[in-house]
Design a protein around this ligand. Sequence first.
Ligand code: NDP
Length: 335
Amino acid sequence: MSIGWGFIGASTIAKQWMVAAVNAQDDQCVVALMSRNKERGIAFAQEYDIARAYQDIDDLLADPEVDAVYISTTNELHHEQVLAAAAAGKHVLCEKPLALNIADASKMVAACEEAGVVMGTNHHLRNAATHQAIRAQIESGVIGDVVAMRIFHAVHLPENLQTWRINKPQAGGGVILDIVVHDADTARFILGEDPIDVMAYEQHAGMGESIEDGSMVMMRMPSGALVQSHESFVVPFAGTGLEVHGTKGSLFAKGVMTQQSVGDIELVTEQGREAVTVTPHNLYEHSLKKFGEAVQGEGSPAVTGEDGIKSLAIALAVSRSAVEGVRVKVEYPEF
Ligand code: NDP
């Protein structure tokens, strides 16, 4: 069975990554696009060779060639759009953060489950060959018991994205919902456990007009491991990366918190330093391959709806901790 995709939102990520990633699959194709702005939708569809452009989500959902939707609108719209897609019986790949609160995110996941459709969250990083290799190294026991993880995700928000992310809290802007959610998912994926509680600071370093543009976070894991992360919109030259430190060794990964399939990993143990070799693959193509398999009944998406709820729960706890200046327990709903 081939999968016809309907894209909801004529977004930057759809343009830069997702149309090409869908069309790179043997059995998937973008067949329709919906934009609230008619001219933008038509222009997008023409540029990317998409057969139909709609302005109304109901029209896109009524299109019989649309089997699945990819939702990359601003964050406050994801909730109602996922509910509509599930009601129409379409599989759903939704951008992060799934919603602005846990109640809405939980309803989205429940609606997809009740409708019997596949739901995935488009956290890209755990699709990276580097992140998968780091997890495999830890699982092999080569670094012993994990004691700590550090995530470096301070970047400069490109000018073309300095819109709702820096001036529209009601659209889910701010560095916490934008980047901390990814770091939370990364920590969960690499360490294989969910933070118990968090402590965090947020920062207003000059780019965010009404919202935070920087954060530093501490997460405490059930194993006792501590995770530290730094996120920013205003730091052009820090470079990204992550480190995992264990009782017998450490993993240093440089340049791996990115959309590109790049980065290097070094393992340091008593035996010395060695490069961990990785065969890179496109992160978004990997996500869509896994999603397509899940639609065919084989396995789950790379990141499920439940994973999306958890990364959101962590980000919301981070936000509360930063605002209230207290340690905050992460509240995960029952699944
Ligand atoms: P954009 O600002 O590019 O687009 C967001 C929405 O705004 C679009 O869906 C579109 O909706 C509308 N829009 C597009 N262009 C314009 C314009 N010129 N003027 C006004 N409105 C416009 O957002 P991003 O692509 O950066 O992010 C979209 C979603 O994807 C977010 O949820 C974000 O968190 C997520 N994201 C995920 C990434 C990942 O790697 N997983 C990376 C980047 C973003 P419409 O066409 O209906 O008007």
